[in-house]
Design a protein around this ligand. Sequence first.
Ligand code: BGC
Length: 545
Amino acid sequence: MPGGGISATSDVGAIEAPVTFKTYLMCAFASFGGMFFGYDSGYINGVTGSSVFIQVIEGAGKTTLSGPHNSLIVSILSAGTFFGAIAAGDVADTIGRKWTVITGCAIYIVGVILQTATNGLGLLVAGRLIAGIGVGFESAIVILYMSEICPKKVRGALVAGYQFCITLGLLLAACVAYGTGKMTTDASYRIPIGLQFIFGFILGVGLLFLPDSPRFYVKRGRIEQARKALASVRDQPQDSEYVEAELAEIIANEEYERSLIPAGGWVNGWLNCFSGSVFKSNSNLRKTILGTSLQMMQQWTGINFIFYFSTPFLQSTGAIKNTFLISLIFTLVNVCSTPISFYTVEKFGRRPLLIWGALGMLICEFLVGIIGDTVGFNRTHTDATGTTIANNIPAVNAQIAFICIYIFFFASTWGPGAWIVIGEVFPLPIRARGVALSTASNWLWNCIIAVITPYMVNPGEGNLKSNVFFIWGALCTAAFVYAYFLVPETKGLSLEQVDKMMEETTPRTSAKWRPTTTFAQDMGMKEGGKLDMNVEDVERKGSIF
Ligand code: BGC
């Protein structure tokens, strides 16, 4: 690269390209990946209930899946996603964000083909494991890719689009499961499984036409490609002042971060994610803890109790005739509430969303628990026909209303918020691995909760009934305190400014922070000057670690 031509801005990062329609489209496209995530989480409940499918797995004449088979089929996906997400970070630093997601789509499609072709347990489990690895690649790296290419003004809103697609995927899965559940041929399971192919295909092929992340190119020292990619995602000519200023800042930040982090191989690359003091809010260790625990807390809110187990839970009261309809209402509330966050996350910021969202959820959860224990879900009798039925049906309805309000709070706050924040808090040298670890934490806790919840509520085991909401309420209280003390405000800042903000503030004072210098200035470049030295350094040291 002929070092030069990159000038800093005097306006501490305020200079930013106008966001055009094309920019929106390009940045939002990858959010389609959320469809896999939601659909994959949701469709299996319908398939495992199909009588044809049960016979394929258990043999002719069988009417239920055995416990171990059911749990293996459901949880093997999370195992795949967990390992897929962890591996994806390294892959994304090596072949790029875009190609990692495309590879994830290809792996996913192979897994889907195996599952669709299945005539027994072995192929199905192998297919779900492989598809899970693909989903792990995709769920971690789409967030990374989107966070790195979106303009800072609308980054939160666009990444929230990913969460919106998750909710659409869950809704579609519920509808397909309903539509195919009563079929008496093998279409009852091959259709819901095979449909996943379309998602992998659209995302994989569509991404071929988009550029990779400019930040990936800078990390690898390929500055000209970074410039081209940045110009493309900002819909600006390559020599535009906007592109110049943003590129200068990314390069200077990379140079600065690299000066702090010891160079080294693969092992050092991983060790860097855990370096520094746990008491310093800008240490890599703290950022890794922040990302992984944020995703853990998101799962602790108990949201997947609703999406995975609401049907048997509602059935247990005998008060609700059409449990599918109520589950559909839950899913619809989830879909319709998420777009509110497109606006609020940029207007009020990430911190208020997470703090107030946790407060709203915990109030609803405790109310569901209290009503259930005093008059609602937990008080039932057996009628003349021997059916269990709730004593006080209006009280059960009130509980359902509070569950809807709880879903509203989740969908408009923690649902998108957790994904937005993990894409923003890591510095470039550890960003891919940090996002990957955080996503893996989401899947790990997703799996843990899916495995242990039945034991808490099954009549023969914990039999907690709606008292389980006291547990979710207590965990949401932890999420509320956590968000207040530990989540910084990243709204309106470039990823490089987030880095600086975390260095200069604590989470509680972060919202007031304003940039006073740019990394380009700090790295020795005077206003309007050239960044030749930095550019050459970055090109020379371009690293995958
Ligand atoms: C969570 C999923 C959950 C979904 C519900 C996502 O953000 O990570 O576990 O099923 O939201 O919309």
